[in-house]
Design a protein around this ligand. Structure first.
Ligand SMILES: Cc1cc2nc3c(=O)[nH]c(=O)nc-3n(C[C@H](O)[C@H](O)[C@H](O)COP(=O)(O)OP(=O)(O)OC[C@H]3O[C@@H](n4cnc5c(N)ncnc54)[C@H](O)[C@@H]3O)c2cc1C
Length: 321
């Protein structure tokens, strides 16, 4: 049995922000993450053709707290500005270098994190919580903590937390959309395609991004995101069918049609909980005893900055207790 004061489930931006703030003030915090690396939806998939940012494309900031984080990591060259042809905003766009996952890795530095550890259940035990886990080899160790935070997408937090405390039933009101994401590399230069193309709601693709146009990337690599509507309609479709439909859509939405060559590399990833459509509209949620909490982008809105705001707001609340 491993004991800690505050146990955080999920090492995405919200969980990392929360853990950094609480650890900086001397709290004993342990993060448990089901993947093999931190960052959550700020992620990069490696391939023989280079890395692909198959989740979040770029970061923007409207709040002082997130701006300060972005400034800190841009000064240490973990973030750099991206100015793609087709940029449709005057705000600075920041990307991790050499991949989006760099930010999570940099934030995770010095934190106590166990990877490949999926939380499967939480049980109240006197004034503490017993946390059951599993890993690639089967059942993982149990953990004991006085406070537990689920920094994971709302539908997953709902499933884990409501059996322990009905206060979390409100998470049913949060709506998150899925997203099929495709990663493609081409042998030939595709100079006719703009770095960033947005689709309309009725299109298959909401975004075509020239991944290779981001700083510290090379190669003719592209990331495609399907619209929430199309992703929902094809959530259970076979990967080959999804690939074929997304490639056809790229042909159509770039205007290249049959002139778009077959990709040399092509894979897809299904994000079940990608983007927030209806947020909770409060910065975090806790139970009446202030012992069990949830935070994440879905509390506030569908951008990375919201995940940071939520993690920061909850850290401040816990520090005030
Ligand atoms: C396709 C896509 C495009 C996007 N584009 C942009 C964009 O351009 N700009 C922008 O600002 N935002 C974008 N976003 C949204 C942005 O990525 C998120 O708002 C942000 O990363 C959410 O952070 P989070 O910490 O709340 O959640 P997450 O990043 O989802 O982190 C949750 C973590 O919890 C872990 N986890 C889940 N369940 C368990 C469990 N049971 N046990 C242990 N660990 C668990 C997960 O592995 C994950 O690491 C995009 C997202 C996607 C998917």
């Amino acid at each position: 049995m491993i004991e800690t004061d505050i146990l955080v489930i999920g090492a995405g931006l919200a969980g990392l922000t929360l853990a950094r703030e609480l650890s900086a003030l001397g709290n004993k915090v342990l993060l448990l993450e089901k993947s093999r690396s931190p960052g959550g939806r700020l992620s990069t998939r490696r391939s023989d053709f280079g890395g692909f940012d198959h989740g979040a494309q770029y970061l923007t900031s409207r709040t002082a707290g997130f701006t300060s984080l972005l400034n800190q990591f841009s000064q240490s060259d973990e973030l750099a500005p991206w100015n793609p042809a087709g940029k449709d905003s005057t705000r600075p766009w920041w990307v991790g270098t050499p991949g989006m996952s760099t930010l999570g890795k940099a934030m995770a530095h010095d934190l106590d994190i166990e990877y490949d550890t999926r939380i499967t259940g939480i049980v109240k035990q006197d004034r503490q919580f017993l946390i059951h886990t599993e890993n690639r080899s089967g059942a993982g160790p149990d953990y004991l903590a006085a406070r537990v935070v689920a920094a994971i997408p709302a539908p997953q937090a709902l499933e884990l937390l409501t059996p322990v405390d009905p206060a979390f039933v409100q998470l049913k009101n949060v709506v998150m959309a899925p997203c099929w994401s495709a990663m493609l590399a081409f042998e030939a230069g595709l100079t006719d395609i703009q770095d960033l193309i947005r689709g309309q709601k009725s299109d298959v693709l909401s975004l075509i991004a020239r991944n290779g146009s981001k700083p510290a990337r090379t190669g003719e690599t592209f990331v495609l995101h399907a619209t929430p509507q199309w992703s929902r309609e094809h959530i259970e479709s076979e990967r080959d069918a999804v690939k074929s439909a997304m490639l056809n859509a790229m042909r159509e939405q770039t205007g290249l049609g049959g002139n778009l060559p077959d990709p040399a590399h092509f894979e897809v990833h299904r994000w079940l909980y990608a983007l927030v459509e209806t947020p909770l509209d409060q910065p975090f949620i806790g139970n009446p005893e202030n012992a069990l909490f949830a935070c994440g982008d879905w509390c506030i809105g569908g951008r990375a900055e919201a995940a940071h705001q939520s993690g920061q707001a909850l850290a401040r609340h816990i520090m005030s207790l």
